[in-house]
Design a binder for this molecule. Sequence first.
Ligand SMILES: Nc1nc2c(ncn2[C@@H]2O[C@H](COP(=O)(O)OP(=O)(O)OP(=O)(O)O)[C@@H](O)[C@H]2O)c(=O)[nH]1
Ligand SMILES: [Mg+2]
Length: 200
Amino acid sequence: MHTAHFLLSSPRLDTLPPLGLPEIAFVGRSNAGKSTAINTLTQQKRLAFASKTPGRTQHINLFGVGKGQVDDAVLADLPGYGYAAVPREAKLRWQRVMGNYLMTREQLSGVVLMCDPRLGMTELDEVLLEVIRPRVEQGLNFLVLLTKADKLTRAEANKALSIARLQAGGGEVRLFSALKKQGVDEAAEIIWRWTHPDVG
Ligand SMILES: Nc1nc2c(ncn2[C@@H]2O[C@H](COP(=O)(O)OP(=O)(O)OP(=O)(O)O)[C@@H](O)[C@H]2O)c(=O)[nH]1
Ligand SMILES: [Mg+2]
């Protein structure tokens, strides 16, 4: 994944071209660590813009990954939800764009839900789970990454895992820390499997 490079950025769905490659979407609350996870997985410092300020990512940003010059998969960094300071209009617009993306994006091959276990699954996470459930039932890959695991004790981590497994509806759940590089190889491997279903 370290060959990852920026492809394009779009505020809307209708200007997002079909790329014909398996796409993995990173979704979750604002500040959950989506952009940081993409940087960590691709071993790049500032591929996706991460920030202390929630609401940093405001477009659908696509990154190409593959061997050498040829992309064989796309990572999509999506804007986070649940950030209180965003005006209501913008929030609703984004919920529509994201909902439509998740429901209709044809080449979507997997969704990674980034969830800060100290906050747990919020109401908006539950809405997202409902939105993608029909596609997950039809075979869409789904992984929950419990982020910032470096902030949890072992007991807290185990408890967060059990709770998330109940909520994930059969999807896989893993602990993840960009800071401590925990769960990074495993997440990369899962995504690789999703995007190369014919191999091994
Ligand atoms: N301790 C710790 N902090 C992290 C980790 N991952 C991300 N962060 C911090 O969390 C904050 C938010 O990270 P981002 O990656 O920008 O979050 P995002 O989900 O992309 O946020 P939006 O773009 O607003 O949706 C930053 O200050 C990161 O440094 C982690 O594994 N451990
Ligand atoms: Mg972001």
